[in-house]
Write a protein that binds this ligand. Structure first.
Ligand SMILES: Cc1ncc(COP(=O)(O)O)c(C=O)c1O
Length: 394
């Protein structure tokens, strides 16, 4: 018998089936040689000067509430940074600082999604979008991308799914879990599509600083007519290795920011004040640590692409982020069985495509968020695992 509370949970609450995750953690707990290439949490620590700024903020008694949209100098620094790095023309009053991009996603959906609205989402996908849309009574509609295109978005796939209930398109570039970067010409086509079908756009650019040549990033809201219909999301978790600080933001026209401020206040009043001071230091301080992290990711990516091919595994070549979405059908297993067996037999932890909205997936997401020697060790184990499978099939 369940509790009265569990029985009376509102119908909007979506319960995730956590059994697979729990099973994986259980298997991992029994080994002392696990190499975790699952989560999207950098192995690097937050840059020292950022940590020091947070300590200084604590010592200076910065323990109080801030305004709901964030500390004015931080909002200004974000606006300046968005202009300098991407060409946006947001002002400080067009920024809302939130507890990670995660809270920006919920705030955004609360603001734009009516019950019954259809929300198109780049897929395979970061499924927080599905949950946020469900919580608002909307309907998430995946827009598929394919390995043959390196998981690049095709505007025809978006347009084919537009109905009279479609309200929003969620553009995630670079995407999680595929690392796919939507090229500038496709971004321009998406802008045309948004105008043609009167769509709102959510542009999640959390990985925009992690793009590898020759891939290029273009921010949709910088295109003519786009700022007024786009909510741009970005944050500090990935670029500055600040996942636990819970700090991110949305950028959108000032009148929209005014409209959502009370809702933002209701969610958590303000983002952690100490983390806001840390974020300000991240934006205004030296960039050497970020560059070193980027260089390490680039090296790991190049290594993995070659090593996976050697192991007989194909993938969509990732243009950005720190993931490789790898096709494991050569193993003769589906992704969940693959991940479970790989972990049990070799201690390498990766996530199945099923966790990214693709049931019965043939893909795994490998995060290259361990030092290169550990990734090399993991690849050695994967290679032997694949060779054993080929041997068994022969
Ligand atoms: C595409 C995407 N958006 C948002 C987030 C949430 O990030 P944050 O730590 O800023 O809440 C993630 C985290 O993995 C992500 O992959």
């Amino acid at each position: 018998m369940g509790s009265i509370l569990a029985e009376r949970t509102a119908s909007r609450i979506v319960e995730e089936d956590g059994s697979f995750r729990t099973k994986m953690l259980g298997i991992a707990a029994e080994r002392d040689d696990v190499i975790a290439l699952g989560r999207g949490d950098p192995d690097f620590h937050t840059p020292r000067h950022v940590v020091e700024a947070a300590k200084a903020a604590i010592d200076a008694n910065q323990h109080h509430y801030t305004g709901p949209t964030g500390l004015p100098p931080l909002r200004q620094a974000i606006a300046d940074n968005l202009k300098a790095d991407y060409g946006f023309d947001y002002t400080a009053d067009e920024i809302v600082v939130t507890a990670g991009v995660q809270e920006s996603i919920m705030l955004t959906m609360l603001a734009v999604c009516e019950p019954g609205d259809e929300v198109l989402i780049t897929s395979p996908r970061f499924t927080t979008y599905d949950t946020a849309v469900h919580l608002c009574g909307g309907v998430p509609v995946p827009v598929p991308t394919y390995q043959k295109d390196d998981f690049a978005l095709d505007v025809a796939e978006i347009e084919a799914r537009i109905t009279d209930r479609t309200r929003v398109f969620v553009l995630v570039s670079p995407n999680n879990p595929t690392g796919a970067v939507t090229p500038p010409d496709v971004i321009r086509q998406i802008a045309d599509l948004a105008l043609k079908h009167d769509l709102l756009i959510v542009a999640d650019e959390i990985y925009a600083k992690l793009i590898y040549p020759p891939h290029e990033h273009l921010s949709l809201a910088t295109l003519p007519g786009m700022k007024e219909r786009t909510i741009t999301l970005n944050g500090f978790s990935k670029t500055y290795a600040m996942t636990g600080w819970r700090i991110g933001y949305l950028a959108a026209p000032a009148d929209f920011v005014e409209k959502v401020t009370e809702t933002r206040h209701t969610l958590s009043i303000n983002s952690c004040t100490v983390s806001q001071h840390a974020a300000l230091a991240a934006l205004t301080g030296p960039e050497d640590d970020m560059q070193a992290m980027y260089d390490a990711y680039a090296e790991r990516r190049a290594y993995l692409m070659e090593a996976l091919t050697k192991a007989g595994l194909s993938y969509g070549a990732p243009g950005g982020a720190f993931y490789i979405y790898t096709n494991i059908s050569a193993s003769g297993m589906k992704a969940k069985a693959f991940c479970e067996t790989l972990l049990r037999e070799t201690g390498v932890m990766v996530f199945p495509g099923d966790m990214f909205g693709e049931p019965d997936s043939d893909f795994i997401r490998i995060s290259y968020l361990q030092p290169l020697p550990l990734i090399e060790e993991a690849m050695g184990r994967i290679e032997r695992f694949m060779a054993d499978r080929a041997g068994a099939a022969a």
